[in-house]
Design a protein around this ligand. Structure first.
Ligand SMILES: [Zn+2]
Length: 563
């Protein structure tokens, strides 16, 4: 039978034919599939093992549409497409800072700057100058001083009392584990010779037993309790300052080790659509019940602001001699540090939070603290059953070699901060001796033992500059340049391993590996253009590489100003 003419059938056939031709040859796209943004002439390090390098990329809205060649991407662009010609420069996924104190960092940007005060006099002069710029009665906070800069003598209230009679002062050491209060702050906090020490903390005193201004770890709460809250407006300004600062450094996502107060600041900005950095906001472990309720009531958030993580502490820090070690410090033989949370309390909270489906991010530095946390994690995993829980150890600094085999079995996220290695590397051996430093900031051993390495900065404690972190992990050259071949060079890792730790590794640490840390179809269009290819230049030069452009969700959030 002769087939009858059927207009519908012919139309359908034509559509199918055109679609087929377009599929194989690539028609200039219609507005529907046109890219809103495209990057061409680039050296794109995608982080995608199926297509490690590419030349061009097309973005539609918030997500990546296509990654491939210039020709292919040009076919996806139309009149409305914003095209970035990378001129042969390197493009990488946006950096994800897995451990940061973001609001504090923002406040630090606008407070007295003491990190590089090289002498006692410079320290005093800078505080005096800053006090003149703020109203009487306002607290002077942050500071980030480092007493190792002037030979190691801890500052005292008496150094600054005469220049700060009208301002309570509580300025922190750069690791955040001790602070200096002036007499005005101690008076407001009712501190005197009868003030008792606090479990898990120290108040240093003069020969008559009078507190001299230094408060360590838990003892810092004695002063903290009396600090008046900055206004919402000041907090919002701190967040904005922090975002502006990090996008310039190529950071597109942060994981905030913070408070419920920080979360409120993020929420305010999110509501006004002012977040230009994606945020995973962890809150204190002690408040796990509140987080369970919060997640039940309103979920875990969205692509810009997410909750579900709890940050806890096992011990203090190395620089303050408050990290918990199995054997005494090499420079203070009667002291081996201490735990800031009891085992029982930690286990109870971790177990309950894990049962409720929350993620645990636990600060653990000394080899004793790490062993204790591994015990707890193993026990909780056994009792609560296997699941994709991604326990995180924050800092994971000084690991007893005997613990590596079980670390390899535990699917842990090692949330570590490479800049600390080249900073602490200047003096760590003095505190823990030549043997223990071999497994200190042991990034190579952590990779060899099957942890997922997630890099962060620990800003305000260290600079929030991922390229400095990558430089640190690859060269391990201490910041005083005293170890040109690398401090504990056996623990160096490759540029690509370090890049992964600052992108896909950090994304995995917050359950975001499908959308972040990799440039492939349907992932978020979060990426940076660098002014040099860090995989081919001399690693020594990585710290000088600059970010030219930062893009978050397909929007350009930073462009290096024209010179
Ligand atoms: Zn931290």
């Amino acid at each position: 039978m002769r087939s009858q003419f059927n207009p519908l059938k012919v139309t359908l056939c034509l559509v199918f034919l055109i679609a087929t031709i377009c599929f194989f040859t690539g028609c200039k796209s219609n507005t529907d599939s046109a890219a809103t943004l495209a990057v061409i002439n680039a050296r794109i390090w995608t982080g995608d093992p199926d297509q490690p390098w590419a030349e061009a990329m097309a973005v539609k809205g918030e997500e990546i549409l296509f990654v491939g060649t210039n020709q292919e991407v040009e076919k996806l662009t139309g009149e409305g497409s914003n095209v970035i010609d990378a001129k042969g420069k390197m493009v990488t996924p946006g950096f994800n800072d897995a451990h940061i104190h973001f609001i504090d960092g923002g406040f630090g940007l606008s407070s007295v700057q003491l990190r590089d005060a090289k002498t006692r006099q410079e320290f005093i002069d800078r505080i005096a100058a800053f006090a003149k710029t703020i109203p009487a009665g306002s607290w002077i906070l942050n500071g980030d001083w480092d007493h190792t800069n002037w030979g190691g003598e801890l500052p005292k209230a008496s150094w600054i009392d005469s220049i700060t009679p009208n301002h309570p002062v509580f300025i922190q050491r750069l690791d955040g584990h001790m602070g200096l209060a002036n007499t005005a702050a101690m008076n407001l906090s009712k501190v005197n010779s009868s003030t008792k020490d606090i479990l898990g903390g120290t108040i240093t005193r003069d020969s008559k037993g009078i507190p001299d201004g230094i408060f360590k770890d838990n003892a810092m709460s004695v002063i903290y309790k009396h600090i008046t809250e900055p206004s919402d407006d000041l907090k919002d300004r701190a967040l904005k300052a922090a975002m502006d600062y990090v996008v310039e450094r190529g950071v597109t996502s942060i994981q905030n080790m913070g408070t419920w107060g920080d979360l409120e600041v993020f929420r305010r900005a999110h509501k006004k659509k002012e977040l230009k950095t994606r945020v995973y906001a962890a809150v204190p472990l002690s408040s796990w019940e509140k987080l369970v309720e919060e997640v039940e009531r309103s979920g875990r958030g969205d692509s810009y602001l997410k909750i579900g993580g709890l940050k806890g502490f096992v011990d203090g820090s190395l620089g303050s001699h408050t990290a918990a070690f199995q054997k005494a410090f090499s420079d203070t033989p009667a002291d081996s540090g201490f735990m800031v949370t009891t085992t029982d309390k930690l286990y109870t909270a971790i177990s309950a939070a894990d049962k409720a489906g929350l993620q645990l991010l636990i600060h653990s530095i000394g080899d004793k603290a790490i062993r204790e946390l591994l015990d707890i994690f193993e026990r909780v995993e056994k009792e609560n059953g296997k699941k994709d829980r991604r326990f995180r150890i924050e800092h994971f600094q000084h690991i007893a070699p005997a613990d590596f085999p079980r670390i390899a079995r535990m699917n842990l996220v090692a949330s570590v901060q490479p800049y600390h290695a080249i900073d602490d590397g200047r003096w760590a051996e003095k505190i823990i001796g030549p043997e223990r430093i071999k497994t200190t900031y042991a990034f190579k051993s952590l990779l060899d033992n099957k942890t997922i390495l997630a890099f962060g900065s620990d800003w305000f404690v260290a600079p929030p500059t991922p390229l400095e972190g990558i430089y640190a992990a690859v060269t391990r050259r201490t910041i005083d340049d005293q170890n040109p071949g690398g401090w504990v060079p056996e623990q160096k890792i490759t540029v690509e391993q370090a890049l992964r730790a600052y992108t896909s590794g950090a994304a995995y640490a917050s359950f975001d590996e499908d959308k972040k840390g990799v440039l492939k179809k349907n992932a978020f269009a979060d990426f940076v253009v660098l002014d040099n290819d860090i995989t081919t230049i001399d690693p020594e030069k990585i710290r000088d590489v600059k970010v030219l452009t930062t893009v978050v969700g397909g929007k350009v959030v930073y462009e290096q100003p024209a010179k």
